[in-house]
Design a protein around this ligand. Sequence first.
Ligand code: SF4
Length: 316
Amino acid sequence: MKHLNTIGRYWREKYQQKVYKVPISISGFTCPNIDGTVAKGGCTFCENESFSPNLQDNSKFKLNLFSTSNPYLEKQLQQLQMQFDATKEVLQNKFGAKKFIVYFQSFTNTYAPLETLKALYEKALSFEGVIGLSIGTRTDCITEEILDYLEELSKEKEIWVEYGIQSVYDQTLEKINRGHDFENIKQWIAKTKQRGLLVCGHMIFGLPDETQQMMLKGVEESVNLGIDSIKFHPLYVVENTLLTLDYKQGDFHPISEELYIDTLVKAIKMLPDDVSISRVTAGISDQTLLDPLWCNNKHQQIHNVKQALLKEGLIY
Ligand code: SF4
């Protein structure tokens, strides 16, 4: 039996204790794929304000990306503090947690004036117990200037940049309205790695018209870019997305759990030992999930993945 190199094990070895990720969602952040800069409507699977009245509030509270002044900054800093404190308290009470990575998760967390990013990142790093940041973004939303700044931060703290790769095929990226091609992904991951920053790549299995062979090739090519960690997601259809239209017209068929797990196990077996695994599946347990319904119970999904890996002698 072999213990897989999960991100949890990686951190435990590095810091001699468990490190907890604290997800943060800052109002005002959006995405160039939603606001019309590169595309409108966002990725076809993304629930966003183009489709969801629940997210309309965010559109009233938008950053002017071409200005260095941000009238919402104080509110955003308060939001960061409140969200961090609330999650930290729960983690401390439940698990005695002491070390944290602040995870800027929602939307595109480098798509804002640099001064805003600096204020938010530095506040997050100032919280007691925080050893680093994980910043979720797109490869077309990073600049040399931001990378220079993150490189400076990484001299003292652990800085992860999480890029949505999703697919390495341009025809798939086009079908999901990603707004950039694989060349852009290759270019910016290389630049990020040149700065010595840690990179986590997100991959989706079950994208339109991708075969298992294509998905596995995608993992291989992503690993070849030098990523340090990887997240795997199945593609599922939720209400208020462009994908719903294709799904309802019978033009999109979600991946089965069997194929997902089989692909995942094969992908994990291909990973070099130094690429950690940050996530093996994703799901949503509310009424917005249309299909596949096996994505509505994350505990069951993880249990099934663990069992499949155990059969291969791998402990997740
Ligand atoms: S990049 Fe992320 S936030 Fe932007 S549209 Fe795609 S899924 Fe949504």
